[in-house]
Ligand binder design. Sequence first.
Ligand code: KG4
Ligand code: ZN
Length: 339
Amino acid sequence: MRILGIETSCDETGVAVYDKYQGLLAHQTYAQNILHADYGGVIPELAARDHIVKIIPLILSVLDQANSSPKDINGIAYTAGPGLVGALLVGATTAKALAYAWKVPAIDINHMEAHLLSPMLEKTPINFPFIALLISGGHTQLVLARDLGKYEILGESTDDAVGEVFDKIAVLLGIKYPGGALLSKMAQQGVSGRYIFPRPMIDRPGLSFSFSGLKTFVARTILSSFYNAQNYADIARAFEDAIVDTLVIKCRRALDQTGLKSLVISGGVSANCVLRSNLLKMMRIRDGKLFYPRIEFCTDNGAMIAYVGCIRLQVGLINRDLSILVRPKWSLEELPKIR
Ligand code: KG4
Ligand code: ZN
């Protein structure tokens, strides 16, 4: 069984071919960073138009790389949500049209489930149940993954997502969108403790997050301080420390609450080195295990979509309806069960 995966939920065009027996055969991602850099965030209309230009050449190139032709493909998985409606429609329309032409099923995939399962593209097996911290530009969620398709959201951000805050603070520090990774690099030059920022919502019970207060606090600090490379690096360092501490504390709480020993992190911010190393330390002390995807599969990609498509096709969760339906909002708790 061989699946073509298509991802277009935001500003990455991702395509991959996944084979049930041979694993990932090919994958390519086109990131639109330059297109949105001057605006400080993603412009939905520009994103959708660029997906239209990139999607077909990318599919042809990935099929070629996977040594596959349309007759080798048994199903086409595409991101049906959550995401930007115009961007989602490009992937959904392409997937449905190809599925019709190639006489194979289309499989609608939830982007957050794909992030959650993305570490399973790696060799190390992960057993259910586990806690998953999903941290991207659009989401911050702590999820109890009971089994394939059975997810319970334990807590989420009531306002900005972690990645969004990284990107907004990065702009104030003079880094172009998407600035998360570069802000983290700047923080490496910073001295810890020169600035201290709050760790939001750790003094009250529960697993919810809120980052807009921290964002305002850091923004005010930047706007009222003088520019100096070391000073900006110190602020970046304090900001990253505050975010990482908050995420680590909430993960520890979720593990305590459920008694689980496995933690998965995924989504763009899971590429953050400080977060990974602090969580590794915490999991070592608890005799637990931390799982994450390889760096290129932390951010949006077609491989995770093709992988989940393969799982869902095996149990017959396909979409034969020819109507093009996308879901800009689609909770992990509303997925069709796999088993
Ligand atoms: O998962 P993703 O590609 O897109 C969404 O589905 O939203 O995540 C992108 C986010 C951006 O906000 C980006 O700045 C952030 O992930 N990011 C990072 C790092 N690498 C990417 N944030 C902090 N540290 C990083 N190393
Ligand atoms: Zn994503």
